[in-house]
Design a protein. Structure first.
Ligand code: C5P
Length: 227
């Protein structure tokens, strides 16, 4: 078991990103946002004018893309081809296309290899590393010291994403966000390679009726009890 690794998986809108960053900061840990990596490759695909469902062309773009992942939870940064890729990777175009890109097996192979390297280089840090995604506990680090699977009702998740969009200054409405959340979950859970699912040994935390502080409290207890 890799005691220094906390794996946080689950669908979007569970508060995963917010609590992962806060947990990492509280533990003095490094932080890795694997969703940002799939988003950055998707941005490269869209910039190249390529159809995100064209696996061969997507693979070529993914191989050529130069990703740089900042791992400070207080200042997470994603670079694509030498330039800051935030906030573009959070925009609606990338969000609409990312599930197709992340279903391409070669994209996953490339990014999982990069993720494992980043994790290996942080694992001996005193605070360890917090890694968030969809397949961290099942595929990327199956021997993580703690695996958490965050869930929430789809209503709660759509409401949170809409609030997040508003606070980031993006336009969105509850109905279309609800539809988008369900569409993306179906694609992420239904893909052939590394589908979104709970690892057998992951602890499930239902965040429907919890605020961020409540989720963080539960996670902190789990970290303390991991032995
Ligand atoms: O977490 P976030 O919403 O940024 O993730 C964006 C997308 O990236 C997900 O909907 C999923 O398609 C993909 N993803 C993935 N595996 C991961 C992390 C994200 O397939 N480990």
């Amino acid at each position: 078991r890799l005691r220094g690794v906390v794996a946080l998986d689950g669908p979007s809108g569970t508060g995963k990103s917010t609590v992962s960053k806060k947990l990492a900061a509280a533990l003095g840990a490094t932080y890795l946002d694997t969703g940002a990596m799939y988003r950055a490759v998707t941005l490269a695909v869209l910039r190249a004018g390529i159809d995100p469902t064209e696996a061969a062309a997507v693979t070529r773009v993914a191989r050529a893309a130069e990703l740089g992942m900042g791992t400070d939870p207080l200042a997470p940064a994603v670079r694509l081809d030498g330039a800051d890729a935030e906030p573009e990777i959070r925009g609606p175009e990338v969000t609409a296309a990312v599930s197709a890109v992340s279903a391409v097996p070669e994209v996953r192979r490339l990014l999982v290899a990069m993720q494992r390297e980043l994790i290996a280089s942080a694992i001996d840090d005193p605070g360890g590393i917090v890694v968030e995604g969809r397949d961290i506990g099942t595929v990327v680090v199956p021997d993580a010291g703690l695996k958490v699977y965050l869930t929430a009702s789809s209503d709660a998740r759509a409401a949170r994403r809409t609030a997040q969009d508003a606070s980031d200054g993006r336009e969105s409405d509850l109905r279309s966000t609800h539809a988008d959340v369900q569409r993306r979950d179906a694609l992420d859970s239904g893909r052939a390679v590394a589908p979104l699912r709970q690892a057998e040994d992951a602890v499930e935390v239902d965040t429907t009726d919890l605020d961020i502080a409540g989720v963080l409290e539960q996670l902190t207890k789990l970290v303390e009890s991991r032995g």
